[in-house]
Design a protein around this ligand. Structure first.
Ligand code: ADP
Length: 176
C-alpha cells in the first residue's frame, strides 16, 4: 500500500527489513546497543560484525533517541539504531518516546544524506506496545514529518507478519 505525502511516498510492505535497499534501515535496538532478539538480532546476523563493532564504540542510546552505524553487509548504507519505549501501561511517557524514536531516526537519516528509509514497527514486539496505538503513532509521526520536510523521498514500513501489516493498513486508511 502506497500513499503520496507531498513529494514523498509512504509505503507499507510485508517483509523482512534486512532485505531492504533503502539508503537507511532503522533498527529497534535496546539502550545498551547489544543486539538481541527480534528485528535487532536479524539485522546483526544479516549485516555482520561491523555493525556491532560500531555499536560497542557508541555504547549507549537512551529511549527516544537514535544513533547511526554502517550497514555492514546489508544493501542499505546505514543502520539507524533507535530505542523505543518499553510499554508499561501507557502512563510513563511511552507515546512521546515512541514519536521521538521515529523523529530522531528521520533526523539522523537526513544528517547522513539518506533519501529513503525503512522502518520496522518499533516497540511492537517484545517491548509490548499495543499494536494499533503503535501503528497510529508511527504513521501519524511520519506523515506529519513528510508534510513539513522535503529531504526524504521514501519511507517504507517493513512489517514482518500479516497481522501487523493489516493493523498498519487499517490505521493508514484512517489517517491518509
Ligand atoms: P521491540 O523491542 O522494539 O518491540 P522487536 O524486534 O521485538 O522490537 O519487534 C519489533 C517489530 O519488528 C515486531 O513487529 C517484529 O515482528 C518485527 N520484526 C522482527 N524481525 C523483523 C525483520 N527481520 N524485519 C522486519 N520486522 C521484524
Amino acid at each position: 500500500m502506497d500513499v503520496k505525502i507531498g513529494n514523498a511516498t509512504l509505503s507499507l510492505v510485508l517483509g523482512d527489513i534486512t532485505k531492504e535497499n533503502t539508503d537507511a534501515i532503522v533498527n529497534a535496538a535496546n539502550s545498551g546497543l547489544r543486539g538481541g532478539g527480534g528485528v535487532d538480532g536479524a539485522i546483526h546476523r544479516a549485516g555482520g560484525p561491523a555493525i556491532m563493532e560500531e555499536c560497542r564504540k557508541i555504547g549507549y542510546c537512551p529511549a527516544g533517541q537514535a544513533v547511526v552505524t554502517t550497514a555492514g553487509n546489508l544493501n542499505a548504507t546505514y543502520v539507524i539504531h533507535t530505542v523505543g519505549p518499553i510499554y508499561k501501561g501507557g502512563t510513563r511517557g511511552e507515546a512521546t518516546l515512541l514519536k521521538s524514536a521515529y523523529l530522531e531516526s528521520l533526523k539522523q537519516a537526513v544528517k547522513k544524506g539518506s533519501k529513503s528509509v525503512s522502518f520496522p514497527a518499533i516497540s511492537a514486539g517484545v517491548y509490548g506496545y499495543p499494536l494499533s496505538e503503535a501503528a497510529r503513532i508511527a504513521l501519524k509521526t511520519i506523515i506529519e514529518y513528510l508534510k513539513e520536510n522535503n529531504s526524504i523521498d521514501l519511507v517504507r514500513f517493513v512489517l514482518f507478519d500479516q497481522a501487523i501489516f493489516d493493523v498498519f493498513s487499517e490505521e493508514l486508511q484512517k489517517l491518509a
